[in-house]
Design a protein around this ligand. Structure first.
Ligand code: RFL
Ligand code: PHB
Length: 395
Protein backbone atom coordinates (compact mmCIF):
# COMPACT_ATOMS: atom_id res chain seq x y z
CA UNK A 1 0.00 0.00 0.00
CA UNK A 2 1.14 3.56 -0.72
CA UNK A 3 -0.10 6.99 0.35
CA UNK A 4 1.12 10.59 0.67
CA UNK A 5 1.08 10.70 4.49
CA UNK A 6 1.11 7.61 6.72
CA UNK A 7 -0.38 8.50 10.11
CA UNK A 8 0.28 6.21 13.08
CA UNK A 9 -2.38 6.48 15.79
CA UNK A 10 -6.04 7.54 15.76
CA UNK A 11 -6.11 9.70 18.88
CA UNK A 12 -7.14 13.33 18.53
CA UNK A 13 -3.79 14.27 16.91
CA UNK A 14 -3.84 11.62 14.17
CA UNK A 15 -7.54 11.98 13.38
CA UNK A 16 -7.42 15.77 13.21
CA UNK A 17 -4.32 15.70 11.02
CA UNK A 18 -6.02 13.27 8.62
CA UNK A 19 -9.01 15.61 8.44
CA UNK A 20 -6.89 18.75 7.84
CA UNK A 21 -4.93 16.99 5.08
CA UNK A 22 -8.09 15.71 3.45
CA UNK A 23 -9.46 19.29 3.32
CA UNK A 24 -6.39 20.19 1.25
CA UNK A 25 -6.89 17.21 -1.03
CA UNK A 26 -3.93 15.25 0.41
CA UNK A 27 -4.46 11.52 0.88
CA UNK A 28 -3.39 9.67 4.01
CA UNK A 29 -3.78 6.30 5.70
CA UNK A 30 -4.39 6.14 9.46
CA UNK A 31 -3.20 3.03 11.34
CA UNK A 32 -4.62 2.47 14.85
CA UNK A 33 -3.57 -0.46 17.03
CA UNK A 34 -6.77 -0.54 19.15
CA UNK A 35 -10.42 -1.11 18.23
CA UNK A 36 -12.84 1.69 17.33
CA UNK A 37 -14.81 0.87 20.48
CA UNK A 38 -11.68 1.33 22.60
CA UNK A 39 -10.54 4.68 21.15
CA UNK A 40 -14.07 6.10 21.36
CA UNK A 41 -14.52 5.26 25.03
CA UNK A 42 -11.15 6.11 26.58
CA UNK A 43 -11.82 8.76 29.28
CA UNK A 44 -9.29 11.55 29.09
CA UNK A 45 -9.33 15.30 28.61
CA UNK A 46 -12.37 17.55 28.78
CA UNK A 47 -11.39 21.15 27.99
CA UNK A 48 -10.88 22.61 24.52
CA UNK A 49 -9.09 25.94 24.26
CA UNK A 50 -10.07 28.65 21.80
CA UNK A 51 -7.58 27.62 19.10
CA UNK A 52 -8.78 23.99 19.23
CA UNK A 53 -12.42 25.09 19.01
CA UNK A 54 -11.53 27.26 15.99
CA UNK A 55 -9.67 24.53 14.09
CA UNK A 56 -12.44 21.96 14.71
CA UNK A 57 -15.00 24.43 13.35
CA UNK A 58 -12.84 25.35 10.35
CA UNK A 59 -12.41 21.74 9.28
CA UNK A 60 -16.13 20.97 9.56
CA UNK A 61 -15.85 18.92 12.76
CA UNK A 62 -17.41 21.46 15.13
CA UNK A 63 -21.11 20.96 14.56
CA UNK A 64 -21.94 18.68 17.52
CA UNK A 65 -19.38 20.51 19.70
CA UNK A 66 -21.27 23.76 19.08
CA UNK A 67 -24.59 22.07 19.85
CA UNK A 68 -23.60 20.04 22.91
CA UNK A 69 -20.40 21.63 24.28
CA UNK A 70 -20.52 24.01 27.24
CA UNK A 71 -18.65 27.29 26.63
CA UNK A 72 -16.98 28.63 29.79
CA UNK A 73 -15.78 32.19 30.46
CA UNK A 74 -14.02 31.57 33.77
CA UNK A 75 -12.70 29.18 36.40
CA UNK A 76 -12.74 29.23 40.18
CA UNK A 77 -9.61 28.92 42.31
CA UNK A 78 -10.63 27.66 45.74
CA UNK A 79 -8.33 27.98 48.74
CA UNK A 80 -8.54 29.17 52.36
CA UNK A 81 -12.22 28.06 52.48
CA UNK A 82 -13.24 30.60 49.80
CA UNK A 83 -13.69 30.74 46.03
CA UNK A 84 -11.92 33.28 43.77
CA UNK A 85 -13.16 33.63 40.20
CA UNK A 86 -10.75 34.18 37.32
CA UNK A 87 -12.75 35.86 34.56
CA UNK A 88 -10.76 34.54 31.63
CA UNK A 89 -12.90 36.02 28.88
CA UNK A 90 -12.69 39.52 30.40
CA UNK A 91 -8.91 39.20 30.85
CA UNK A 92 -8.21 37.91 27.32
CA UNK A 93 -10.43 39.99 25.07
CA UNK A 94 -13.26 37.46 25.00
CA UNK A 95 -11.42 34.14 24.53
CA UNK A 96 -13.26 31.14 25.96
CA UNK A 97 -12.79 27.45 26.59
CA UNK A 98 -15.31 24.71 25.84
CA UNK A 99 -16.21 21.69 27.94
CA UNK A 100 -16.45 18.96 25.30
CA UNK A 101 -14.94 15.58 26.10
CA UNK A 102 -12.02 14.10 24.17
CA UNK A 103 -14.16 10.99 23.63
CA UNK A 104 -16.68 13.16 21.74
CA UNK A 105 -13.99 14.89 19.63
CA UNK A 106 -12.63 11.44 18.70
CA UNK A 107 -16.11 10.10 17.89
CA UNK A 108 -16.86 13.08 15.63
CA UNK A 109 -13.54 12.79 13.77
CA UNK A 110 -13.82 8.99 13.36
CA UNK A 111 -17.36 9.38 11.95
CA UNK A 112 -16.22 12.04 9.44
CA UNK A 113 -13.26 9.94 8.35
CA UNK A 114 -15.30 6.78 7.82
CA UNK A 115 -18.01 8.76 6.01
CA UNK A 116 -15.38 10.12 3.59
CA UNK A 117 -14.32 6.59 2.70
CA UNK A 118 -10.63 7.35 3.31
CA UNK A 119 -8.61 4.62 5.02
CA UNK A 120 -8.66 4.41 8.83
CA UNK A 121 -7.59 0.92 9.90
CA UNK A 122 -8.42 -0.22 13.43
CA UNK A 123 -6.52 -3.08 15.03
CA UNK A 124 -3.59 -2.24 12.75
CA UNK A 125 -0.50 -2.02 14.92
CA UNK A 126 2.56 -0.18 13.61
CA UNK A 127 5.70 -2.19 14.41
CA UNK A 128 8.40 0.17 13.14
CA UNK A 129 9.15 3.14 10.90
CA UNK A 130 11.90 2.41 8.38
CA UNK A 131 13.85 4.51 5.88
CA UNK A 132 12.95 7.87 7.46
CA UNK A 133 16.30 9.32 6.41
CA UNK A 134 15.75 8.49 2.73
CA UNK A 135 13.12 9.46 0.15
CA UNK A 136 10.86 6.46 0.77
CA UNK A 137 9.86 6.07 4.41
CA UNK A 138 7.75 3.02 5.29
CA UNK A 139 5.67 1.79 8.19
CA UNK A 140 5.75 -1.91 8.95
CA UNK A 141 2.46 -2.92 10.59
CA UNK A 142 0.34 -5.92 11.52
CA UNK A 143 -3.27 -6.15 10.39
CA UNK A 144 -5.63 -9.12 10.01
CA UNK A 145 -2.91 -11.42 11.33
CA UNK A 146 -0.40 -10.52 8.59
CA UNK A 147 2.59 -8.19 8.49
CA UNK A 148 2.28 -5.47 5.84
CA UNK A 149 4.14 -2.38 4.62
CA UNK A 150 2.75 1.11 4.06
CA UNK A 151 4.99 3.36 1.93
CA UNK A 152 4.54 7.15 2.02
CA UNK A 153 6.10 10.52 1.24
CA UNK A 154 5.96 11.34 4.95
CA UNK A 155 5.23 9.35 8.10
CA UNK A 156 3.65 11.12 11.09
CA UNK A 157 3.87 9.56 14.55
CA UNK A 158 0.74 10.51 16.50
CA UNK A 159 0.85 7.27 18.44
CA UNK A 160 0.98 8.64 21.98
CA UNK A 161 3.61 8.33 24.68
CA UNK A 162 3.96 4.53 24.37
CA UNK A 163 3.98 4.44 20.55
CA UNK A 164 6.68 3.18 18.20
CA UNK A 165 7.36 6.29 16.10
CA UNK A 166 9.54 8.12 18.63
CA UNK A 167 11.38 4.88 19.39
CA UNK A 168 12.22 4.47 15.68
CA UNK A 169 14.53 7.50 15.85
CA UNK A 170 18.16 6.62 16.70
CA UNK A 171 18.69 7.54 20.37
CA UNK A 172 21.77 9.64 19.58
CA UNK A 173 19.55 11.98 17.51
CA UNK A 174 17.12 12.63 20.37
CA UNK A 175 17.27 14.69 23.52
CA UNK A 176 14.62 14.12 26.19
CA UNK A 177 13.60 16.20 29.21
CA UNK A 178 11.52 14.71 31.98
CA UNK A 179 10.02 15.41 35.40
CA UNK A 180 7.82 13.25 37.58
CA UNK A 181 5.73 14.46 40.51
CA UNK A 182 5.17 12.94 43.95
CA UNK A 183 1.43 12.55 43.34
CA UNK A 184 -1.18 11.16 40.92
CA UNK A 185 -4.85 11.92 40.15
CA UNK A 186 -7.70 9.67 41.13
CA UNK A 187 -10.42 10.55 38.61
CA UNK A 188 -14.10 9.64 38.69
CA UNK A 189 -17.02 10.07 36.34
CA UNK A 190 -20.34 10.41 38.19
CA UNK A 191 -23.92 10.47 36.92
CA UNK A 192 -24.90 13.66 38.70
CA UNK A 193 -25.35 17.22 37.41
CA UNK A 194 -22.26 19.33 38.20
CA UNK A 195 -22.47 21.22 41.52
CA UNK A 196 -20.93 24.27 39.81
CA UNK A 197 -21.28 26.21 36.55
CA UNK A 198 -17.51 26.64 36.12
CA UNK A 199 -14.55 24.37 36.91
CA UNK A 200 -13.23 24.54 40.47
CA UNK A 201 -9.49 24.07 41.07
CA UNK A 202 -9.13 23.57 44.83
CA UNK A 203 -5.92 23.83 46.82
CA UNK A 204 -6.19 22.20 50.24
CA UNK A 205 -3.58 21.05 52.71
CA UNK A 206 -4.90 17.47 52.33
CA UNK A 207 -4.26 17.74 48.58
CA UNK A 208 -5.58 19.21 45.34
CA UNK A 209 -9.11 18.55 44.04
CA UNK A 210 -10.75 19.48 40.73
CA UNK A 211 -14.43 19.69 39.91
CA UNK A 212 -14.92 19.39 36.17
CA UNK A 213 -17.79 18.07 34.07
CA UNK A 214 -18.64 16.27 30.87
CA UNK A 215 -22.18 17.61 30.33
CA UNK A 216 -25.05 19.12 32.29
CA UNK A 217 -25.76 15.60 33.59
CA UNK A 218 -22.27 14.16 34.19
CA UNK A 219 -19.62 15.35 36.63
CA UNK A 220 -15.89 14.65 36.39
CA UNK A 221 -13.94 14.95 39.64
CA UNK A 222 -10.30 14.44 40.58
CA UNK A 223 -8.37 14.03 43.83
CA UNK A 224 -4.63 14.32 44.35
CA UNK A 225 -3.44 10.94 45.71
CA UNK A 226 -0.03 9.33 46.30
CA UNK A 227 1.48 7.90 43.07
CA UNK A 228 1.29 4.28 44.29
CA UNK A 229 -2.46 4.50 45.01
CA UNK A 230 -4.61 1.45 44.30
CA UNK A 231 -8.30 1.96 43.49
CA UNK A 232 -9.14 -0.78 45.99
CA UNK A 233 -8.13 1.62 48.79
CA UNK A 234 -10.84 4.06 47.74
CA UNK A 235 -14.43 2.88 48.30
CA UNK A 236 -16.99 5.30 46.80
CA UNK A 237 -18.01 6.68 50.18
CA UNK A 238 -14.40 7.59 50.96
CA UNK A 239 -13.94 9.35 47.59
CA UNK A 240 -17.00 11.54 48.21
CA UNK A 241 -15.99 12.26 51.82
CA UNK A 242 -12.53 13.35 50.72
CA UNK A 243 -13.94 15.52 47.92
CA UNK A 244 -16.25 17.16 50.52
CA UNK A 245 -13.28 17.95 52.77
CA UNK A 246 -11.19 19.50 50.01
CA UNK A 247 -13.99 21.58 48.46
CA UNK A 248 -15.41 22.82 51.78
CA UNK A 249 -16.00 26.60 51.96
CA UNK A 250 -17.47 28.93 54.54
CA UNK A 251 -20.22 29.90 52.08
CA UNK A 252 -23.34 27.82 51.57
CA UNK A 253 -22.15 25.27 48.97
CA UNK A 254 -22.58 21.52 48.74
CA UNK A 255 -21.12 18.87 46.44
CA UNK A 256 -23.89 16.71 44.96
CA UNK A 257 -23.23 12.95 44.88
CA UNK A 258 -24.29 10.38 42.32
CA UNK A 259 -23.39 6.88 41.06
CA UNK A 260 -19.71 6.59 40.07
CA UNK A 261 -19.51 5.06 36.59
CA UNK A 262 -15.76 5.12 35.94
CA UNK A 263 -12.60 5.50 38.03
CA UNK A 264 -8.88 5.59 37.29
CA UNK A 265 -5.50 6.66 38.67
CA UNK A 266 -3.31 8.75 36.35
CA UNK A 267 0.36 9.41 37.12
CA UNK A 268 1.66 12.96 36.59
CA UNK A 269 4.54 13.50 34.24
CA UNK A 270 6.25 16.22 32.21
CA UNK A 271 8.18 14.98 29.17
CA UNK A 272 9.58 16.49 25.96
CA UNK A 273 11.51 14.72 23.20
CA UNK A 274 13.38 16.96 20.74
CA UNK A 275 13.44 17.46 17.80
CA UNK A 276 9.98 16.63 16.40
CA UNK A 277 11.44 15.57 13.06
CA UNK A 278 13.80 12.90 11.84
CA UNK A 279 14.10 13.06 8.05
CA UNK A 280 10.66 12.18 6.66
CA UNK A 281 9.29 11.12 10.07
CA UNK A 282 7.46 13.79 12.07
CA UNK A 283 6.11 13.57 15.62
CA UNK A 284 3.07 15.32 17.08
CA UNK A 285 1.00 15.22 20.29
CA UNK A 286 1.72 12.85 23.18
CA UNK A 287 4.18 10.92 21.00
CA UNK A 288 6.57 13.84 21.51
CA UNK A 289 5.51 15.49 24.77
CA UNK A 290 3.46 14.97 27.93
CA UNK A 291 2.17 17.55 30.39
CA UNK A 292 0.58 16.96 33.79
CA UNK A 293 -3.18 17.50 33.29
CA UNK A 294 -3.62 20.45 35.71
CA UNK A 295 -3.36 23.06 32.93
CA UNK A 296 -5.73 21.12 30.60
CA UNK A 297 -3.15 21.37 27.84
CA UNK A 298 -2.43 17.80 26.55
CA UNK A 299 -5.19 17.54 23.97
CA UNK A 300 -4.85 21.20 22.99
CA UNK A 301 -1.12 20.88 22.34
CA UNK A 302 -1.78 17.84 20.18
CA UNK A 303 -4.30 19.89 18.14
CA UNK A 304 -1.87 22.82 17.82
CA UNK A 305 0.97 20.55 16.63
CA UNK A 306 -1.10 19.00 13.86
CA UNK A 307 -2.55 22.34 12.78
CA UNK A 308 0.99 23.56 12.10
CA UNK A 309 1.98 20.24 10.58
CA UNK A 310 -1.00 20.09 8.20
CA UNK A 311 -0.06 23.53 6.91
CA UNK A 312 3.58 22.54 6.51
CA UNK A 313 2.79 19.24 4.75
CA UNK A 314 0.40 21.10 2.46
CA UNK A 315 3.14 23.54 1.41
CA UNK A 316 5.60 20.71 0.81
CA UNK A 317 3.33 18.26 -1.01
CA UNK A 318 1.21 20.72 -3.01
CA UNK A 319 3.68 23.51 -3.72
CA UNK A 320 7.09 21.91 -3.22
CA UNK A 321 7.91 24.49 -0.56
CA UNK A 322 9.65 22.87 2.42
CA UNK A 323 10.30 26.01 4.48
CA UNK A 324 7.43 25.45 6.94
CA UNK A 325 8.26 21.77 7.31
CA UNK A 326 11.88 22.68 8.04
CA UNK A 327 10.64 25.11 10.71
CA UNK A 328 7.96 22.76 12.14
CA UNK A 329 9.97 21.33 15.02
CA UNK A 330 11.22 24.70 16.29
CA UNK A 331 7.86 26.44 15.82
CA UNK A 332 5.90 23.69 17.58
CA UNK A 333 8.44 23.31 20.40
CA UNK A 334 8.18 26.97 21.31
CA UNK A 335 4.49 26.46 22.08
CA UNK A 336 5.17 23.07 23.69
CA UNK A 337 7.61 24.61 26.17
CA UNK A 338 5.14 27.42 27.01
CA UNK A 339 2.55 24.73 27.80
CA UNK A 340 5.14 22.69 29.73
CA UNK A 341 5.89 25.70 31.90
CA UNK A 342 2.21 26.61 32.38
CA UNK A 343 1.29 23.02 33.28
CA UNK A 344 4.17 22.85 35.76
CA UNK A 345 3.11 26.23 37.20
CA UNK A 346 -0.54 25.17 37.65
CA UNK A 347 0.52 21.81 39.10
CA UNK A 348 2.91 23.22 41.69
CA UNK A 349 0.62 26.17 42.50
CA UNK A 350 -2.33 23.91 43.29
CA UNK A 351 -1.01 20.57 44.61
CA UNK A 352 0.23 19.86 48.10
CA UNK A 353 3.83 18.69 47.95
CA UNK A 354 4.21 15.99 50.62
CA UNK A 355 7.81 17.16 51.16
CA UNK A 356 6.97 20.88 51.51
CA UNK A 357 7.77 22.56 54.82
CA UNK A 358 5.73 25.34 56.46
CA UNK A 359 7.74 27.98 54.62
CA UNK A 360 6.95 26.36 51.27
CA UNK A 361 3.27 26.14 52.16
CA UNK A 362 3.12 29.86 53.05
CA UNK A 363 4.85 30.77 49.76
CA UNK A 364 2.26 28.73 47.88
CA UNK A 365 -0.64 30.45 49.67
CA UNK A 366 0.91 33.84 48.93
CA UNK A 367 1.17 32.93 45.26
CA UNK A 368 -2.49 31.83 45.17
CA UNK A 369 -3.50 35.06 46.89
CA UNK A 370 -1.50 37.05 44.31
CA UNK A 371 -3.12 35.26 41.33
CA UNK A 372 -6.59 35.73 42.84
CA UNK A 373 -6.13 39.43 43.59
CA UNK A 374 -3.74 40.89 41.02
CA UNK A 375 -5.06 41.62 37.52
CA UNK A 376 -1.54 41.22 36.13
CA UNK A 377 -1.08 37.74 37.67
CA UNK A 378 -4.62 36.63 36.77
CA UNK A 379 -4.15 37.82 33.17
CA UNK A 380 -1.03 35.70 32.80
CA UNK A 381 -2.88 32.63 34.05
CA UNK A 382 -5.91 33.38 31.86
CA UNK A 383 -4.02 33.90 28.58
CA UNK A 384 -2.18 30.62 29.03
CA UNK A 385 -5.32 28.73 30.08
CA UNK A 386 -7.39 29.83 27.07
CA UNK A 387 -4.32 29.20 24.91
CA UNK A 388 -2.00 31.54 23.05
CA UNK A 389 -2.85 32.05 19.36
CA UNK A 390 -1.01 29.93 16.78
CA UNK A 391 1.49 31.78 14.61
CA UNK A 392 -0.28 33.08 11.49
CA UNK A 393 -0.16 30.83 8.44
CA UNK A 394 1.14 31.95 5.06
CA UNK A 395 -1.10 34.49 3.32
P1 RFL B 1 -3.32 9.57 22.17
O1 RFL B 1 -4.70 10.08 22.50
O2 RFL B 1 -2.60 8.81 23.21
O3 RFL B 1 -3.47 8.72 20.84
C1 RFL B 1 -2.44 7.87 20.38
C2 RFL B 1 -3.09 6.76 19.59
O4 RFL B 1 -2.08 5.95 19.02
C3 RFL B 1 -2.44 4.60 19.19
N1 RFL B 1 -1.22 3.80 19.10
C4 RFL B 1 -0.85 3.09 18.00
N2 RFL B 1 -1.44 2.90 16.81
C5 RFL B 1 -0.84 2.11 15.89
N3 RFL B 1 0.36 1.47 16.12
C6 RFL B 1 1.01 1.65 17.30
N4 RFL B 1 2.16 1.03 17.52
C7 RFL B 1 0.39 2.47 18.31
N5 RFL B 1 0.73 2.85 19.57
C8 RFL B 1 -0.24 3.64 20.02
C9 RFL B 1 -3.15 4.55 20.53
O5 RFL B 1 -3.98 3.41 20.67
C10 RFL B 1 -3.93 5.85 20.47
O6 RFL B 1 -5.20 5.66 19.90
O7 RFL B 1 -2.36 10.78 21.72
P2 RFL B 1 -2.67 12.16 20.96
O8 RFL B 1 -3.54 11.94 19.77
O9 RFL B 1 -1.37 12.83 20.83
O10 RFL B 1 -3.60 12.98 21.97
C11 RFL B 1 -3.10 13.46 23.18
C12 RFL B 1 -4.18 13.41 24.26
O11 RFL B 1 -4.84 12.17 24.25
C13 RFL B 1 -3.56 13.64 25.64
O12 RFL B 1 -2.64 14.71 25.60
C14 RFL B 1 -4.57 13.98 26.72
O13 RFL B 1 -5.64 13.10 26.78
C15 RFL B 1 -3.79 13.97 28.04
N6 RFL B 1 -4.66 13.74 29.15
C16 RFL B 1 -5.39 14.75 29.59
N7 RFL B 1 -5.24 15.97 29.01
C17 RFL B 1 -5.99 17.00 29.41
O14 RFL B 1 -5.87 18.10 28.85
N8 RFL B 1 -6.88 16.82 30.47
C18 RFL B 1 -7.07 15.60 31.08
O15 RFL B 1 -7.89 15.46 31.97
C19 RFL B 1 -6.31 14.52 30.65
N9 RFL B 1 -6.46 13.29 31.21
C20 RFL B 1 -4.78 12.45 29.72
C21 RFL B 1 -5.72 12.24 30.73
C22 RFL B 1 -4.00 11.37 29.28
C23 RFL B 1 -4.11 10.09 29.83
N10 RFL B 1 -3.22 9.06 29.37
C24 RFL B 1 -2.40 9.28 28.23
C25 RFL B 1 -2.93 7.89 30.03
C26 RFL B 1 -5.89 10.98 31.29
C27 RFL B 1 -5.10 9.89 30.84
C28 RFL B 1 -5.37 8.56 31.46
C1 PHB C 1 -11.20 17.22 32.74
O1 PHB C 1 -12.38 17.61 32.62
O2 PHB C 1 -10.90 16.03 32.59
C2 PHB C 1 -10.16 18.21 33.08
C3 PHB C 1 -10.47 19.54 33.12
C4 PHB C 1 -9.49 20.48 33.45
C5 PHB C 1 -8.22 20.07 33.72
C6 PHB C 1 -7.89 18.71 33.65
C7 PHB C 1 -8.88 17.78 33.33
O3 PHB C 1 -7.29 20.98 34.06
Amino acid sequence: MRTSVAIIGAGPAGLLLARLLQRQGIDSVVLESRSREHVEHRQRAGILEQGTIDVLRECGAGERMDREGLPHDGIELRFGRAGHRIDMAALTGGRQVMVYAQTEVVRDLVALRLESGSPLLFEAEALAVEGAEGEQPRVRYRHDGAEQVLAADYVVGTDGFHGVARKSIPPERVRTYERTYPYAWLGILASVPPSTDELIYANHERGFALHSMRSTQVSRLYLQVPPDTSLQDWPDEEIWAELDRRFEVDADWKLQRGPITERSVTPMRSFVSEPLRHGRLLLAGDAAHIVPPTGAKGLNLAAADVTLLARALGSSLLRGDDAELDAYSDTALRRVWRAEHFSYFMTTLLHTDPAADDFGRRLQLSHLDYVANSTAAATSLAENYVGLPLPAGPA
